[in-house]
Design a protein. Sequence first.
Length: 328
Amino acid sequence: MNHQQLDQYLRKLDDIEKIQIITHENVNDYDGNELIVESDSSIPRLQEKYFFNKGPIYISKHHRFAEMPLHMHTFIEMNYVYSGECHQILNGKKVKLTQGQICLLDKDVPHSLPALRENDILVNIIMKKETFSMAFLGQLSNKGIVSSFLVDAVSENQRHDRYLLFHSQDNENLQFIIRNMLCEYFDPQDYSLEMVNYYMPILFTELMRVYQLDKNFELSKTSRKTNIIEILQYIEQHYKECTLTSLAETFSFNANYLGNMLKERTGKTFLELVQTQRMIEAASLLNDTDKSIDEVAYQVGYDSLSFFYRKFKEHYGETPSRFRKNLK
């Protein structure tokens, strides 16, 4: 399957759409027991037993012409707008996605979808939680407090009601990656499932680039002026000289309010965020350069070498010299 054939495949009416275009009522894909109201919630939960018999990733085109009722699930869902637009109700909030954009839903996010029109092609990519392997998450979280925040949003130690909207519509490389992955999945050949599994970390890594470039990244706004992502980006870029007071002035916040907001949204104080960014940068220098440990400590903002050693060991569980030796 090439990209042109993929386009024809996605736009063609499937068997369920042929019914829904007439009745405008949702038709179940399987035996009608996909959505079950469990004892811990009044919202139906989509049962994952229907989706992962071939592997940890399941991809499908969302059926058009009928509303998808309110539901949630225990797996990660990525919604990709291949064509047109899509309106969703996520945690009670109306969210509009346009062609080329991606919305990543954590587990147990209550959501529903009004009926899609003929040109609105939405692709659902769902994956088991463990697909976010610790190795993969670690690679992303070690790139800075920005990507670390994204990783935390879908990690086990966070509350599970979040969604992330990526303005990826202008990233041609991302569109190419997704289309290739869809071709492999919808027209399987030898090793197609393996190819899909290989594409996923590439896809998520490319999303990190989108996130770095996109100043309009939508996550719950902290004010009408800015959002938590922009603040974390600023700390990441100015961690050497940044103070809570200067950060508050930059974004027109009260310093105490900003400090409390950072703690609430990230689980870390301002000083802990700065400390984390220093450690991430130090680890990168130890790995990618031949700078001495003294030079690394100074470059990331430490005048006291002993203090740097202590903080590094607290963060990584080993001394900088042992860390560098183990990497090599």
